[in-house]
Design a protein around this ligand. Structure first.
Ligand code: FAD
Length: 404
């Protein structure tokens, strides 16, 4: 890459370079840190933002398996117990019907006694905990306030990443955790299945006078979807999914108009509503990379699979990717093997991809059906809920996906 005409650029060596200090990138660094590998994370945001990430409206529903992984990585203990909200049970409603598909409160999850389907934690708290978890490790270096702009994996034993200041990072393995719109994925020549749903998700918290009973609701109304994620008994995260053409209408509402609108959508089920946070919105684009690795590089988190949030799988899958890849790398370190070999990366893909492909395409198919308001689709929507409710093996399968 460096030519004779270019000024000499400082080259730094690491064992692993991770692009992106989002929850996936930081969790990966924490999972690898005890191995003693020299790890460099590069992140666009500055250190102050990593230490105190702002509230971004996202409440992340986590499975019991994700809880175990976060406990192992010592992220869980860094989140105040008052900010870990149990998700007792969940109900799905179609259109204006009163019929509900009900995922009841479980008695067991992953073979152990449990009284919740999962847990809700705000995204900014996960990010902060993941940052704090890597801080004690001297072998983890964070280059903040810079982007990786170029990668070169033409050498057999190493891969080079170029920072926006011209500095080159050379490593045995590069891990891209740079979001669903990953620029590194493109640089590496990895294609992806991308689905732009033409919709936007709008998120905010509301306080309300009646209890939410710690039950999550997914209301597939006609024209828009409203999900309710219970935090405290009288505090709920509202997730509106709507066609892009109507987004401005909602974002330009005054707090009082929004409160009235949500109350009307819920037919007063939660009583009077009061807006209790800032409002955030995200474009709905699902992404599944065609491959999770190439020579000396791997994709994790949303860079590998960026899910539609309706089934709350995104970061759960991100943690799975961390768990699977980190174990293979840590085993390779112990056995004195190459941590960036194609065999290792291929085995990561073999373990992770079958599950992600099924969930990604399954979720997209479900969304296509539940956002289709034609009369035949409305009928099928209603039938799907009834069949799922009355077919115990199917319901158990969906519940297992929810609890992990
Ligand atoms: C509304 C909403 C609700 C959600 N709900 C759930 C849920 O209930 N359950 C669930 O499991 N998941 C949920 N998700 C998904 C979850 O938020 C994501 O899966 C998760 O945040 C992805 O983490 P990540 O680290 O892979 O990527 P990101 O969080 O996108 O982080 C990527 C990082 O990379 C940095 N970066 C990008 N490019 C570069 C570069 N070139 N150089 C340096 N740094 C770079 C960025 O600054 C960023 O910090 C939801 C998502 C949304 C939008």
């Amino acid at each position: 890459m460096t030519t004779h005409n270019e000024p000499a650029r400082l080259i730094e060596q690491a064992d692993v370079v991770i692009v992106g200090a989002g929850p996936a990138g930081l969790s990966m660094a924490r999972a690898l840190a005890p191995s003693g590998l020299a790890i460099t994370i590069v992140e666009k945001n500055d250190r102050a933002t990593l230490a105190e990430p702002p509230f971004d409206g996202r409440e992340i529903a986590l499975t019991h398996y994700s809880k175990e992984l976060m406990q192992k990585l010592q992220l869980w203990s860094k989140i105040s117990p008052e900010e870990i909200y149990p998700l007792r049970d969940a109900k799905v409603i179609n259109g204006h019907s009163n019929y509900q598909l009900h995922f009841e409160q479980p008695t067991k999850a992953r073979g152990k006694p449990a009284n919740s389907l999962g847990f809700l934690i705000s995204n900014h708290n996960i990010r902060r905990a993941a940052y704090e978890a890597v801080l004690p490790y001297e072998n983890v270096q964070i280059i903040d306030g810079h982007s990786i702009t170029e990668v070169n994996n033409s050498q057999p034993e190493t891969i080079e990443a170029v920072l926006d200041n011209g500095q080159i990072l050379k490593s045995k393995l590069l891990i891209a955790a740079d979001s669903r719109f990953s620029g590194i994925r493109r640089q590496l020549g990895i294609g992806a299945n991308m689905r732009d749903f033409g919709r936007t998700v709008i998120v905010f918290r509301m306080r309300h006078t009646l209890t939410n009973q710690h039950t999550a609701f997914e209301c597939f109304h006609y024209g828009r979807t409203l999900a309710l994620l219970p935090l405290e008994e009288n505090l709920t995260n509202c997730v509106i999914t709507i066609n892009n053409e109507y987004v401005k209408e909602i974002l330009s509402m005054t707090p009082t108009q929004l409160e009235e609108d949500i109350k009307k959508q819920l037919r007063g089920k939660l009583g009077d509503m009061t807006l209790a946070s800032t409002i955030h919105h995200y474009p709905l684009v699902g992404v599944h990379a065609n491959t999770f690795y190439t020579h000396r590089a791997a994709l994790i988190g949303d860079a590998a699979v960026g899910m539609h949030p309706v089934t709350a799988h995104g970061f759960n899958l991100g943690l799975n990717s961390v768990g699977i890849l980190a174990k293979k790398i840590n085993d390779a370190v112990q056995q004195g093997k190459d941590i960036g070999s194609s065999a290792l990366l291929a085995s990561y893909q073999r373990h992770h991809m079958p599950h992600t492909l099924a969930l990604y395409h399954g979720t997209n198919a479900m969304i296509s059906l539940f956002t289709n308001d034609t009369p035949p689709a409305r009928l099928v929507r209603s039938m799907v809920l009834r069949v799922s409710n009355n077919l115990p093996p199917l319901k158990k399968l969906i519940s297992l996906q929810l609890t992990g």
